[in-house]
Design a protein around this ligand. Structure first.
Ligand code: SF4
Length: 351
């Protein structure tokens, strides 16, 4: 039995080095995941539609001050084409992600989401567009969006300040997450592992915040330096620590949907498979046009930027089967999600 009631219990597992004890943690996390989802691994189709961002987070290659990055924006038609291609490949969840790009006004996002909703009435639409007002989130929800990803990145105030510009605050970030939950989204929070200045106590705060928020999705990936950012000289987070945090997130929020991130696959050849063995249960292959993938340069050496969407799906599906998992292309809602009670709470026109 693994006890995580007291802070010291959690800190112990954050810091364990013993291989046997780590294996016990990973196995317990995988078994916990199996109780809710079996061995299914849910596939989400990721569409990175704009690499422009008005913010300046010091770890991120998309930051506004990065003049070295060639930027791109997809047209509405291109986004719809990505969805059509994804649907033809079997995906039933689209994840639309961008930097905080004011070029896409609320009206335009509403129009894009509405068009996707009309074309794919049964699919889940996930947005990951950063911090917006309650009104904006409500408008997107009414248009048919179901889920929203907004990683908090660190729940420690001082750490947050060291990674972000003065115009951003942890309080505002957290408020957005609670607002999204109130509106009725399935909400995803999450954080980087091994980011500069991170301490075990800061990771403990991340876990405590997740316990309080109880998000439906948790994105946990290693920090990877990007060569045109102020944090370029810092070392990447380790596979070992990321796996421990994936497992602890699973135990803190047992029914959460937790991706084995592309960043995990970037720091280790079998990082994603190891993440799944430690309690993750989602993968997010890329549906963005191949020609722009490299330009969504959140960090250096990102994998899977050269494959067509169909190749990505086939490759990952095979890898998961070999590792003993069952690829699943259904919507993959949170195990305790009640569609009836949430779908139209504030959204008379949603489907
Ligand atoms: S982390 Fe997000 S908000 Fe910050 S610079 Fe990157 S894309 Fe922009």
């Amino acid at each position: 039995m693994i006890r995580l009631r007291e802070d010291n219990d959690i800190l112990h597992f954050i810091q364990i080095e013993d291989a046997v004890e780590k294996d016990r943690l990973f196995q317990h996390a995988r078994e916990t995941c199996r109780q809710y989802y079996g061995d299914k691994i849910y596939f989400r189709g990721l569409i990175e539609f704009s690499s422009y961002c008005a913010r300046n987070c010091s770890y991120c290659g998309l930051r506004a001050s990065n003049r070295a990055l060639a930027r791109y924006r997809l047209t509405d038609e291109e986004i719809l084409d990505c969805c059509a291609q994804g649907s033809a490949l079997g995906y039933q969840t689209f994840v639309l992600q961008s930097g905080e790009d004011p070029h896409y006004t609320d009206e335009r996002i509403v129009s894009i989401v509405s068009r996707i909703r009309r074309a794919f009435p049964q699919h889940a639409i996930t947005l990951s567009l950063g911090e917006k007002s309650r009104e904006s989130y409500e408008a997107f929800f009414r248009a048919g969006a179901n889920r929203y990803l907004l990683r908090h990145e660190t729940a420690n105030e001082e750490h947050y300040r060291r990674l972000h510009p003065a115009s951003m605050s942890l309080a505002a970030r957290k408020q957005c997450l609670f607002t999204l939950k109130e509106i009725g989204y399935q909400v995803g929070a999450g954080f980087m592992v091994g980011s500069p200045f991170q301490t075990p106590e800061a990771l403990l705060e991340d876990l405590r915040f997740l316990q309080e928020l109880q998000p439906h999705m948790i994105g946990v990936g290693p920090f990877i330096p990007q060569s045109d950012t102020p944090l370029k000289a810092y070392p990447a987070g380790t596979l070992d620590m990321t796996l421990k945090m994936v497992a602890l997130c699973r135990l803190i929020a047992p029914a959460a949907l937790i991706p084995a991130t592309t960043a995990l696959g970037t720091i280790s050849p079998f990082g994603r498979e190891k993440g799944l063995a430690a309690g993750a249960n989602v993968v997010m292959p890329n549906l963005s046009p191949k020609g722009v993938r490299k330009q969504y340069a959140l960090y250096d050496n990102k994998i899977c930027t050269g494959d067509e969407a169909a190749e990505c799906r086939r490759c990952l599906e095979n890898r998961l089967r070999v590792a003993g998992f069952t690829p699943d292309f259904s919507r993959g809602d949170h195990a305790e999600w009640n569609q009836e009670s949430h779908s139209c709470k504030t959204a008379p026109i949603c489907l």
